[in-house]
Design a protein around this ligand. Sequence first.
Ligand code: PLP
Length: 368
Amino acid sequence: MTQSLVWAEVDLDIIAANFRHIKRLLRGSTKLLAVVKADAYGHGALPVARTLAKAGADYLAVATADEALALREGGIELPILVLNTGLPDGQEEVLVRRDITQTVCTPELAAAIDRAARRLQKRGLAHLKVETGMGRLGIGVEEVPAFLRAVASLRGFYLEGIYSHFAVADEDTPFHNRYTLEQYNRFLEALASCSNTGRGRPLAHIANSAAILNYPQYHLDMVRAGCIIYGFYPRGDDKERRLIELLPALSWKTVVVQVGGVTEGKRMALLPVGRSHGLPPAAREVLLAGRRAAVVKVELDHCEVAVPENVEIAPGAEVVLIGRQGEDEISAEEVAGWAGTITEEITCRLGNLPHVFKGGSGAEGSLY
Ligand SMILES: *Cc1c(COP(=O)(O)O)cnc(C)c1O
């Protein structure tokens, strides 16, 4: 147990089970990359990465170079792709040294990686990011041939992969389906340019969580699973048509610190959790003694909830902000709905709290 009054609990066995369910959706030859950016969506990057490595992940991805280096420091040996990219900034060499795969979309960055790799006498691993309609950073499909010509003579630069990102694979309407197909077709054009470079076709990947579930025909060589690893279905997911049953791995807990007087006929309990811990001011309910208790006021570092009728509560009683208690459950999706935001924003906010891990390879109740 943690000494902290506000903490996150992460069940690593659930993460491993989610991973196995996702794996079942893939053809045998399709690799599974697990996205552990933003501290594994607030779940704790290192314990989650260790769990996924054990479960058989082929690749990990993070947003930044620092996140990738932290995983290597923690002993993670899986291939790691850094998703962010930009101009050469001197990090290339550090990343090449630790065998970390960099996202490139300019010949300048490719050349910098090549120089670093030759200095270190290593291969500079990279994946080319192609812009197909997400409106984010990436090389245009029509610029891919020129890029390939520019890097063809770079002996230290190894273009291991090529990828793009779907914008609306989570929306199931004829318009969105067509948009997704158009993105896929543009990506295939980019792939076709790679087939005549004589170096073999790079590992191609475009499917995020939504496309893993909704578009098996676009899985290609590898898929990139983010939210579904943690048990969150993509927005727009149709409950009736779920192919796999995923479970949320994260709970958010606190304790009652004071049972106060009666305000407007209600007895109030004070909880040591507030906006500074990531509790949205629009939060409506928490679980207390297995019942839903209304949130009355959210301050910076505490909040007040109304004790449900006929419930006896004492200081020290456990309170669930996200997760299960008794027969009831408050999901991260529900909290995100109250706050008018996406599930990942809510869970990422919990990254700074103490984490208690269950299951997985770590010791029971290990504190992070
Ligand atoms: C974050 C991210 C993902 C994972 O997205 P989910 O919708 O959570 O599966 C996949 N690919 C890229 C490039 C990303 O940045």
